[in-house]
Design a protein around this ligand. Structure first.
Ligand code: FMN
Length: 168
């Protein structure tokens, strides 16, 4: 995008109002998770999902070493959890210390308050030569839930007051 297109680009993308997810990870005794807006299903046969992680994030650094990640859907009413995972960094506090979770495949934290989720096995990483995010390709290996309630997902437009714990 040329500089002249930047404002228009930002407006078009914001207008899509994407749903947010919380991605969690564990490596040994280390755990973390962060709010993610850059994510999508990326293949039907086989099913694949791609999550883009900022290289600044601790979640990214742990994910480099992980076999599995968990992707949790957020309902519109889940602002507090979105702020917890998107507005603070594991470099400064243990985000899993004060939320209820249980270990899933490979020990990955499954958040009790976000039951619509799947666990993905790490298939490969996409590392563009430019840009501040890298993508991890996931194969779903376990999934539960689905209903997010009458108000639907927690979207970008609900997150306007959340300042990322790490600048991208
Ligand atoms: C609306 C919103 C969307 C975000 N989208 C992403 C994203 O797609 N990928 C990502 O890695 N971080 C994203 N973040 C930033 C992280 O959630 C945030 O910096 C977090 O504090 C990182 O925590 P960590 O260092 O413990 O991993 C987003 C934050 C907000 C508020």
């Amino acid at each position: 995008v040329g500089e002249g297109a930047a404002d228009g680009f930002d407006a078009v993308v914001a207008g899509l109002d994407p749903a947010m997810v919380v991605v969690t990870v564990t490596v040994g005794e280390e755990r973390d998770g962060c709010l993610v807006g850059f994510h999508t299903q990326a293949s039907i046969h086989p099913r694949r999902y791609v999550v883009w992680l900022s290289v600044a994030n601790r979640t990214y650094r742990l994910a480099q070493l992980a076999d599995h990640l968990a992707v949790h859907a957020l309902a519109a009413s889940d602002h507090a959890l979105a702020e917890h995972f998107g507005g603070t960094t594991g470099d400064e506090e243990d985000k899993l210390a004060d939320v209820a979770w249980s270990p899933g495949p490979g020990g990955v934290p499954l958040l009790e308050d976000l039951p619509a989720r799947f666990v993905g096995r790490v298939v490969e990483w996409l590392r563009p030569s430019e840009g501040d995010h890298q993508a991890v390709v996931l194969e779903p290996v376990e999934a539960t839930g689905g209903e997010l309630g009458p108000d639907g997902p927690f979207r970008l437009g609900h997150a306007g007051d959340i300042t990322p714990g790490h600048p991208a």
